[in-house]
Write a protein that binds this ligand. Structure first.
Ligand SMILES: [Zn+2]
Length: 102
């Protein structure tokens, strides 16, 4: 597992908010794994790749999401900064310009 690339950030809200698929054990209350593209299941104590990425699999209607209370704000794991997503400009309000845009 040590070969996997690590996340540099994760969303503030948990994976279930974005309807990312649950762990194979049925646990929907997962967390963002420290590894990229992975989630962490607290019950199984393991990192896993979700079957689908829910909201992220399709075009994202950010303004609709905002109405639904879904936020794309994120935590930068390198700096510890809270980065706020601006639904008008679709950019993060932080010193993100040189960070990975995936
Ligand atoms: Zn599990």
């Amino acid at each position: 597992m040590s070969e996997l690339p690590k996340r540099t950030w994760h969303y503030v809200q948990s994976p279930k908010i974005f309807e990312v698929s649950p762990c194979s054990c049925g646990n929907v209350d997962t967390e963002w794994s420290e590894y990229k593209d992975h989630l962490w299941c607290d019950k199984c104590q393991k990192d896993f790749v979700p079957e689908h990425h829910g909201l992220f699999d399709g075009p994202i209607m950010v303004k609709l999401c905002q109405l639904l209370g879904i936020s794309f704000d994120r935590i930068n794991l390198e700096t510890g900064h809270y980065e706020q997503f601006d639904v008008e400009t679709l950019e993060y309000k932080a010193n993100l310009k040189n960070k990975d845009h995936e």
